[in-house]
Design a protein around this ligand. Structure first.
Ligand code: TYD
Ligand code: MG
Length: 458
């Protein structure tokens, strides 16, 4: 039998080399290589015994499909986000800033999830007493989750083997440690090796695995990013200034990625937000001020009406700047350039500030037109009527283009009480629902024809 060759593993980045090197060619760390022997073939994560089935060539019709079921998480919002429930045997990474509510959500999940088997909550961050206190606050059944407080893989794997839970929660992956990958927890090689072993163990048990990952504002998503490819689903909590918590799927092997889960952090944990009709709108007495426009966003199975706000002021420096963290700055810059070239407004000597009500992050192209209208309104001091919203994508030539799910969006707007929708021109001009006036524009050059209200001089 061929002997397994010794390899050298970089403790910092997980890169392997056949020979020892002083400096890692992948991450440039010095003295980071340690000797390791790769496992011989496939071995069980739980028992270490070899898995005997050799790989074979077959046609797709011969492939045995695993029996999968969807598990009700007990949170309809989470079910929708994952694609009608948690896929059995899947691994889910939940990322977000510290304090956003990851541990809270997962402790609530241990109580609500509809599985027959047991649930194991492994914490490398908090003591069992702290978890119990949180459990009391959340009013969960304290007899349901089993708790293990350790960060050592060598202690977690035997516990999985002994208790064979059907749901495993690891809080958090940054605290995990294994003997095989250096001394410091949180390094990429620790993270990769621990997560790989845990995913393998969960798959052997047929258990669902939830991995918590911390993400910091400074963009230190290097940790979770390094293991995104190992898991089936990646969910991120978007930062939020209020009690609102938005959970978005960034990768989903078993469902869509355009869904948004909405929760509110209350005194007893996270509650789901069911009524989203006015959630991202600003409620005012009277007409809205200049610089605001409303978009209809298609977020998976739900339509959200969202106010976009723009402010333009003469540039403070010789270069004008764009301040926008909810809408991509390049996109704001592109829309401003289109308005400057085709709409007759000068933006290049102005600083632009863009905000979205309640801090929702917008990526959808259907928001091009409302963004352009908000910018136009901010720069001219003319306001749009309060019952008007807009939907359309812009080309660089200033033309307004249609976007998907038009009828659904118009209906959602009409149901919320809006009376006017600005849309791109179409050949087969339809009427729209009762009580909804459709205003059709060909290009940003036609903005002047909208029913603007004069509120201030710029
Ligand atoms: P936590 O779930 O610990 O965040 P993470 O695991 O993402 O770091 O949430 C901590 C915050 O949530 C903390 O500021 C307290 C607050 N909180 C509530 O407002 N209500 C609650 O019922 C709980 C349990 C926490
Ligand atoms: Mg936590």
């Amino acid at each position: 039998m061929a002997r397994e060759k010794t390899q050298y593993l970089c403790k910092e980045c997980g890169h392997t080399e056949p020979k020892w090197l002083g400096r890692c060619p992948s991450c440039d760390s010095w003295n980071s290589f340690t000797e390791f022997k790769p496992a011989k073939g496939k071995a069980s994560a739980l028992s270490g015994a070899p898995i005997s089935e050799p790989p074979r060539v077959q046609t797709l019709s011969q492939v045995k499909e695993p029996e999968t079921v969807r598990i009700d998480s007990g949170f309809p919002e989470l079910n929708r986000l994952l694609g009608s429930g948690i896929m059995s045997g899947s691994s889910v990474l939940i990322g977000g800033e510290p304090g956003i509510g990851k541990s809270t959500l997962l402790l609530q999940l241990t109580d609500r999830v509809k599985t027959e088997g047991s649930v194991l909550y492994v914490s490398g961050e908090e003591s069992a007493e702290q978890i119990k206190q949180r459990g009391r606050r959340l009013k969960i059944d304290l007899d349901r989750p089993m708790v293990l407080t350790t960060a050592r893989l060598e202690e977690i794997l035997p516990a999985l083997n002994e208790h064979k839970p059907s749901l495993i929660i690891i809080d958090s992956i940054q605290t995990l440690m294994t003997d095989g990958a250096g001394e410091v927890p949180g390094t990429v090689s620790q993270l990769k090796l621990c997560c790989y072993e845990l995913i393998k163990a969960a798959k052997e048990l047929g258990a669902v695995l939830f991995l918590v990952a911390h993400v910091t504002k400074e963009g230190a998503i290097a940790g979770p990013k390094a293991i995104e490819h190992l898991v089936d689903t990646v969910l991120y909590f978007e930062e939020s200034g209020s009690d609102l918590r938005m959970l978005r799927a960034q990768k989903n092997r078993f469902g869509a990625t355009d869904e948004l889960g909405l929760f509110r952090m209350g005194g007893n944990g996270l509650e789901e937000v069911r009524d989203t009709s006015g959630l991202f709108l600003v409620h005012r007495e009277g007409a809205p001020p200049a610089g605001t426009a409303t978009a209809t966003l298609y977020e998976g199975s739900r339509i959200l009406l969202v106010e976009i706000q723009a402010l333009t002021v003469p540039a403070k420096g010789s270069l004008s700047r764009i301040y926008s963290d909810r809408l991509d700055q390049n996109r704001v810059s592109r829309i401003a350039a289109i308005l400057e070239k085709h709409g007759g407004l000068k933006f290049s000597d102005h600083d632009i500030y863009i905000n979205v009500a309640r801090g929702l992050r917008i990526t959808e192209t259907g928001a091009d037109l409302p963004l352009a209208l908000a910018l136009f309104s901010a720069r001219t001091g003319l306001a749009l009527p309060g019952d008007l919203l807009a939907l359309g994508e812009l080309t660089l030539a200033g033309e307004i283009q249609p976007v998907s799910h038009r009828e659904k969006r118009i209906k959602a707007a009409a149901d919320t009480g809006y009376g006017t929708m600005v849309l791109p021109r179409r050949k087969d001009d339809d009427k729209g629902p009762e009580g909804m006036k459709l205003l059709r524009l060909e290009s940003v050059r036609d903005f002047g024809t909208l029913p603007w209200i004069k509120v201030q001089q710029d």
